[in-house]
Design a protein around this ligand. Structure first.
Ligand code: ADP
Ligand code: MG
Length: 657
């Protein structure tokens, strides 16, 4: 019969800094199917080192090791994990049960790495029945005695029907009575065909074995076979063997991923407070992304609404070079327009439908005891229709009033509120820079354009504004309505030529500029975009900080669970399995933080619109963006801890304190 395990002159040396320990110094050993071997010897003689090499938890530095005739060096780390899962069952002195899981879940845990489909609860129950614990299925390890916990560990070692059971001082933490029970179970398993390799230093425990190997200082000093009960050991076919090492296909299609998810949430819930605190950063980041984008979108939509009402075939001629709020650049000269300019532009038919000069300034408006600083708009007759400023309450100016420098005014809703509260201002008289004006209407509400309150305005005839209130004899701008949007460019050119001729300006003089509403709209949009970008980057910083928080907690979690990782590796978890487990956990955290953040963000923007009256618009895009970002954060910041966990060597992880 082919030996199961074969060691030829195997060495194992540990290095701790400068010093080295020769744990194994040339061990040669052959193990046949069906043997029950006890490895004995004083503490530090290399028993555990030998068992770990036999169980593929560690590899020799030197010498040969064959499993069923196959050289161990021909297997990769992951193939060795596959062999551990299929061939070996481990029982440790410290039991190594996962405390958060019920014992039935502990017992079926190796199946999560087997790649086989099914839920294996029934199998787990059968194995527990084998060790006499079938009625403790739902209990957690903490509710069991040491002896019972070790029996659970044996049941777990049996779930994959392994060929060999490895036990390192399985009775080391147990009293005599429990020790005997455990030994009876192992003996029984051996009689049913399992090869059992056990480390112990108690002779009466070793007495159960039919071969006793004694070690001293990393060498085998004696190897005694007792009378050999011939057992029907399971034979293994070549095809079975390659199946055991072979890469499992369609890995995520089996139930494994769901298993990982369930475990991730279990562990997130096990540390509720800690998980919540580490999620907080992501939560705040995502909530602010959602709220900021909602505000930005809302402002944009409100602005577009306004521009729509203004019409798309408007031109605005202003003094100064091409900057939005009229600050002069270049030559520094600012053109001063006259009524002749406005009339000449209006005369450019059929390109131009109407043109109206305007002048603006800042004034103080007074009514009884209230006074209010506001902006004054001197306007012409056509301005009302061009800029949608004709009052719904009251009326627009007549042509005569504008001709005659009449002292009549139309107030915006902000001015009306500040001076008159809730009473109707139409028909009252207010003082504008000490001159009495009769109010004839309230301008339609326009809301904000960027930071500017469009309703904080008083309109009076342009002539009155120039000669009576502001004391200027020129216009500050001209509004032009072009006949159709298609003629915009042509109209712009004609107006440009006309004004240059009227004012004797050269071609490169930039003392005035002509803009259409789409340009103004673009400039305002780009301002709001800059704002959104700024707010967005604050949110992004918060996401990064949150991500670092998650990484920190994941690193703590990896350290805390080093022994769990060791156990998982010993029962067959491959590198990717461990990595996936931790990634699912960190993504689980960031994603839940993200989802809560999205809800809070939507709630916040709703409250802002409800109580502060701000225009908000939550977009599906921002929700998608936030979700994608939180997943990415989880992946990115979980990757390092996950890799760190996956790189751990099974033996070292298991002995971590
Ligand atoms: P036993 O199980 O017989 O008590 P071990 O095989 O655990 O002995 O250890 C053999 C020797 O190797 C001991 O001197 C021990 O200190 C040393 N040793 C075991 N594991 C390590 C390790 N991971 N790093 C350093 N030294 C180790
Ligand atoms: Mg030991």
């Amino acid at each position: 019969m082919k030996p199961v395990l074969e060691l030829r002159d195997v060495h194992r040396t540990y290095r701790i800094g400068e010093s080295t320990v020769n744990a194994l110094r040339g061990v040669t050993l052959t193990i046949d199917p069906g043997e029950f071997i006890a490895i004995m010897g004083p503490s530090g003689s290399g028993k555990s080192s030998l068992l770990q090499i036999l169980g593929l938890l560690d590899n020799p530095d030197q010498g040969e090791f064959l499993i069923l005739g196959h050289d161990i060096n021909s297997f990769s780390e992951d193939e060795q994990a596959g062999l551990r899962n299929n061939l070996a069952g481990f029982v440790f002195q410290q039991f190594h049960l996962l405390k958060r899981m019920s014992i039935v879940d502990n017992v079926r845990l190796p199946h999560i790495y087997s790649g086989l489909k099914g839920n294996f609860r029934e199998e787990a129950r059968q194995r527990l029945a084998l060790v006499g614990l079938e009625n403790r299925i739902g209990h957690t390890p903490n509710q069991l005695s040491g002896g019972e916990q070790q029996r659970v560990a044996i049941a777990r070692a049996l779930i994959r029907d392994p060929l060999i059971i490895f036990a390192d001082e399985p009775t080391g933490n147990l009293d005599t009575k429990n020790s005997l029970e455990i030994m009876k179970i192992l003996k029984d398993l051996n009689e049913k065909g399992k090869t059992v390799i056990m480390v112990t230093h108690e002779p009466d425990i070793a007495a159960f074995a039919n071969r006793v190997i004694t070690m001293r200082d990393g060498l085998i000093v004696s190897d005694e076979r007792r009378e050999r009960v011939s057992v029907a050991a399971a034979e293994l076919r070549e095809s079975d063997f390659s199946f055991m090492t072979g890469a499992r296909s369609s890995r995520l299609k089996d139930g494994r991923f769901i298993g990982f998810m369930a475990q991730a949430f279990q562990s997130i819930l096990a540390n509720k407070m800690r998980s919540f605190l580490s999620m907080l950063g992501i939560l705040v980041g995502v909530a602010s992304v959602i709220a900021m984008l909602a505000l930005g979108e809302g402002a944009k939509a409100a602005m577009q609404e306004q521009f729509k009402s203004m019409g798309s075939n408007m031109l605005s001629v202003r003094g100064g070079s091409a900057m939005l709020h009229g600050a002069a650049q270049g030559s520094g000269a600012v053109a001063r327009f006259t009524f002749r300019d406005a009339e000449d532009i209006a005369g450019l038919r059929p390109l131009v439908k109407a043109a109206d000069g305007t002048i603006s300034g800042n004034v103080r408006a007074v009514y009884e005891n209230s006074n209010w600083s506001t902006s004054l708009n001197g306007v012409g007759y056509d301005y009302g229709t061009m800029r949608a400023a004709v009052p719904a309450i009251g009326r627009w100016f007549t042509r005569e009033e504008i001709q005659a420098r009449a002292k009549v005014a139309i107030v915006g809703v902000t001015v009306a509120r500040e001076l008159f509260g809730s009473t109707n201002p139409v028909g009252r008289t207010i003082k504008i820079n000490r001159i009495n004006f009769k109010i004839i209407g309230i301008a339609p509400a326009k809301g904000f354009s960027g930071p500017r309150d469009e309703d904080d305005v008083v309109m009076i005839p342009v002539t009155t504004a120039m000669y009576r209130v502001l004391g200027k004899d020129y216009l500050s701008g001209i509004f032009v309505e072009v006949s159709s949007p298609a003629m915009m460019q042509q109209a712009k050119h004609s107006i440009d030529d006309l004004l240059r001729k009227n004012h004797h300006l050269s071609q490169d003089d930039d003392s005035f500029n002509i803009r259409d509403m789409t340009e103004i709209q673009q400039m305002l949009t780009s301002t709001t975009q800059t704002m959104s970008l700024l707010l967005g980057s604050i949110a992004a910083i918060s996401l990064v900080v949150g991500g670092i928080g998650i990484m920190n907690i994941m690193l703590v979690s990896v350290t805390e669970r080093t022994r769990e990782i060791g156990l998982r590796k010993s029962i067959g978890a491959r590198k990717n399995d461990i990595m996936l487990q931790f990634l699912v956990e960190s993504v689980g955290m960031t994603l839940s933080g993200g989802v809560i953040g999205i809800l809070i963000g939507i709630g916040t923007s709703f409250l802002l619109s409800f109580f502060a009256g701000w225009a908000v618009k939550t977009s599906v895009f921002s929700i998608l963006l936030a979700s994608v970002f939180s997943v990415m954060t989880g992946l990115f910041f979980g990757l390092w801890p996950a890799r760190k966990a996956a790189e751990l060597k099974p033996v070292e992880a298991l002995r971590y304190e």
